[in-house]
Structure formats: C-alpha cells, structure tokens
Design a protein around this ligand. Structure first.
Ligand code: UGA
Length: 435
C-alpha cells in the first residue's frame, strides 16, 4: 500500500536518501529544508552530495510527480501528511551529548499542523528517551511517535536503503510501528518491532560495536608488527568465522566521519547518565585517538629513521583527505587529524584527493596545499602517505611518482596498494601490521 503524503524534514544524507528512496518505492514524498537555494537546486534535480544513484532517483521521483521539495517543515506537513520523518542533524553538543536543538525547532513549527492520527518518525540518531520526550513536547495524544533509525553508510546510501540488513521500528503504539514498517514491506528485510527506547539504542549499539571492531583490528595490526605476523592473513582467518564476518576488518588511520566519533562519545554520556562505566567503549575511543599518533610516528620513522624528533624540512605528499573513499566528506576525517599532527611536527604538506578540488575551503585544510593531481602531490616529497582508501590509488603510475619524489617512500595507512607493485616502481614502503 502506498502512502499519499509522507513529509521528510531535512534534506541531508539521511533525509534526501529517505525521501528519494521512499518515492522510488511508490510513495508520495514532500521533502523540506530551511535553505531556499538548496530547495531550488533539488527541485531542478541538482544533488549537491557525492552519492551513487541518488541524483538519478531524485530526478525520477520529481519527474514522476512523487517527489517534491518545499521550504520549511510546516509546508511539507500541511495539510495532511500521514507520516512525518524527522531527519535533521543531531551534532555533538556540550560534553558529547547530542544536540537536539534542530528537532525542537521543527517540533515547535509543526505541532499545530500535524494531521490527526499522523505518525512522527525519528530517523536522526538521538539519545535514548528522545521519542518519549518528543511525545511530551508534542502534547498530542492523537499523534504517535516512532523511532526508526537509519543504518546507511555514506558512499552507498541508496544501496543500503534499498537493500537493508534490517528495519528497526520502535514505538509505544503498535499500530503506528506497523504503519511505518509497512512503508518498507517491498524491501523484504527482517523487521524488528520494539519499544522506542530499544530502537534508539540499536543505532548507538551498532555504531559503537563497529567502532570497537575497528579499534580491535588496529590494535591487532600493531601487535602483528611486534610479533612478525601479517594482519591481512590474521583478519582473513578470523573473518571466515561467520560470527565475525570479513567486513570492517581493515586497519587504517583510525575511524572517523560524522557518525562513529559522535555516536561513541554520545554513548559514553548515555552510559554515564545511567551510572554505568562503559570501559570497553572508552578503551576503543582511546585506541582510536592513539592510532593517529601511531601513524605520525610511522611516517617519522620512514622519513627520518628516528622514532622521535622534528619533521622540519620534510615535504610530505598526502594521498586522500576524505574520511573514507567514495565520499567528499571531510568531517572528522582521520586524514585531516593526522595532517594537523604532521604539520605541528614541522612537515610541509601537499595533498591530492579525487573528491577535494584544489580550492576547497574547509576547517583542517589550512596547513595543506591541495593539488589537482597525484603527480603534483608527489613532486619533491620525502614520502607519500596514503590516508584514504580510494581504489584508484592502487593503479596510479607509481613508477612515475617514484621518479618525481625526492625520496621514494610510501607509508600506506590503509594497506591499499600492493607492496610488490610499490617495490617494482622503486618505492620503499610500509603499511600497518604487515610482515
Ligand atoms: C557509519 C555506519 O557504518 C552506518 O551503518 C551508519 O548508518 C552511519 O555510520 C550513521 O550512523 O549514519 P559511515 O559513517 O558512513 O557509516 O562510515 P563507515 O563506512 O562506517 O566508516 C567509518 C570509518 O571507519 C571511516 O573512517 C572508515 O574509513 C573506517 N573504516 C571502515 C576502517 O578504517 N576500516 C574498515 O574496515 C571499515
């Protein structure tokens, strides 16, 4: 059954993907944003984020008359939206607690225009208890509040939305939960129907588990180096265990992005407020912060032959700036954190990233000269440092880059490029946890 009017408030990654994908499933969707330029661009089918298939789905939805964009939440909800999705940002606020200011602002705008028997769905990642607080703030017994967390990854948001591992829906109202679950029935995914607090916790719990998995792998990679073992073989051997799985087992410069760092911090706060000391999670966060220093030490050793001391008079070429491949997102990127530390130690930095144009202005890019191709990033450098796992880095003309560098050295923090390819090109290379 198709819904005649779904309102989606917020057209960021989650909101736009939700709106475009629900329209592609046959529902009628009105998406709202507070930015008039963005609304105008989206109406013309211009999607400002790098996300495979998203622009295509937006254009199809608009052309089919099932997807439209309006300015302001009120306009999307009035007069008869049956289901309203809240997809607004919940950034890290004071002390790591998620900031619910945007959610509150939307609520005060739409409370009096919500249709009787409509359902308010929260897709943003919010502290446990938010659905309950939303119900109180709304003060409307005829509108149910549902928590329906989103598990999509940047770079494969559409794919994740349309092929979900699971749908999680939580509410005090069984009827409302079933109405929301029915939106996704065509996807045939396992569905967990639960209370709102449990649904809210699933999201944090999953993201924190992924973060702990990555910190564990980064710690294992360090141990491999000390024991003369190889992390790729160790994780492959572990991953065949179906209880562990092969994914999320690649070591790197630490996990980043707009979700895992924020959600792990928020989870610590949630635990703290429940008087629970979450030592396991705290250790995962500490390990992640330490990982950046470990990368800097590795670069220093590769370039100067010493474990400590300055990097003054060294020039480093960074390959990759985004927090992971296939996205243009620089928020909380480990690459930028590592770059800041290298700069502080005196290194001159030049960088190339396929998704970051040379003139990009972004906090964290200040100490870096961003160039338009890998060859410029290799010119006269003392080492090239691979920081993001862009697949195209594997097949760069490494022999040419070796000829351009002052010293042919590669520090591959993603274990991305085949060490034999680098050796044949004339590079001395080092990775993480490799024999
Ligand atoms: C993450 C979760 O994976 C999604 O399920 C969740 O919906 C999303 O947060 C969210 O809360 O909205 P995302 O932040 O897009 O998705 O990025 P991930 O693909 O999870 O990567 C996170 C970080 O881990 C990146 O810095 C990435 O480079 C790193 N990573 C990932 C590794 O270092 N090694 C790996 O094997 C995998």
């Amino acid at each position: 059954m198709f819904v005649r009017r779904i309102a989606v408030i917020g057209t960021g990654y989650v909101g736009l993907t939700t709106g475009a994908c629900l329209a592609s499933l046959g529902h009628h969707v009105v998406c709202a944003d507070v930015d008039p330029d963005k609304v105008a661009r989206l109406t013309r089918g211009e999607v400002g984020i790098l996300e495979p298939r998203l622009a295509e789905l937006v254009a199809e939805g608009v052309a089919a008359g099932r997807l439209s964009f309006v300015l302001g939440a009120r306009q999307a909800v009035e007069p008869d939206a049956e289901i309203v999705f809240l997809c607004v940002p919940t950034p890290m606020g004071v002390g790591g607690v998620a900031d619910l200011g945007s959610i509150q602002a939307v609520l005060s705008e739409i409370t009096d225009v919500l249709a009787p028997d409509s359902v308010l769905v929260n897709k943003s990642t919010v502290p446990v208890g938010t659905a309950e607080r939303t119900r109180e703030l709304l003060g409307r017994d005829d509108v149910a509040v549902v928590s329906n967390p989103e598990f999509l990854r940047e770079g494969c948001a559409v794919e994740d939305f349309l092929n979900p591992d699971r749908i999680v829906v939580g509410s005090a109202s069984q009827d409302a939960a079933e109405r929301v679950a029915a939106l996704y029935s065509r996807l045939g995914a396992p569905t967990v129907l639960t209370d709102a607090a449990s649904a809210e916790l699933v999201k944090y719990s999953a993201n924190c588990f992924l973060a702990m998995k990555l910190s564990y792998v980064n710690a294992m990679a360090e141990l491999c180096e000390r024991l003369g073992a190889d992390i790729a073989d160790v994780t492959e051997g572990m991953g065949y265990d179906r209880r562990i799985g092969q994914s999320f087992l690649t070591p790197g410069p630490g996990w980043g992005g707009s979700c895992l760092p924020k959600d792990t911090r928020a989870m610590l706060q949630i635990a703290d407020s429940a008087d629970f000391e979450f030592r396991l999670l705290r250790a995962a966060i500490d390990t992640n912060e330490r990982q950046r220093q470990r990368i800097v030490d590795k670069v220093r050793l590769a370039v100067t032959g010493r474990r400590s001391g300055t990097l003054a008079h060294t020039r480093l070429g960074l390959l990759g700036l985004t927090f992971k491949a296939n996205t243009g997102d620089l928020r909380d990127s480990p690459a930028l954190a590592v770059a800041a530390m290298l700069h502080q130690d005196g290194a001159e930095l030049v960088a190339y990233d396929p998704a970051v144009p040379a003139d990009t202005v972004h906090p964290g890019l200040e100490p870096i000269s961003v160039v338009a191709d890998p060859e410029l990033a290799a010119k006269d450098v003392d080492a090239l440092v691979v920081l993001t796992e862009w697949p195209q880095f594997r097949t760069l003309d490494w022999a040419k880059l070796a000829g351009l560098a002052r010293h042919p050295v590669v520090v591959d923090t993603r274990n991305l490029v085949d060490p034999d390819v680098l050796a044949r090109a004339g590079f001395r290379s080092t990775g993480l946890g490799r024999r």
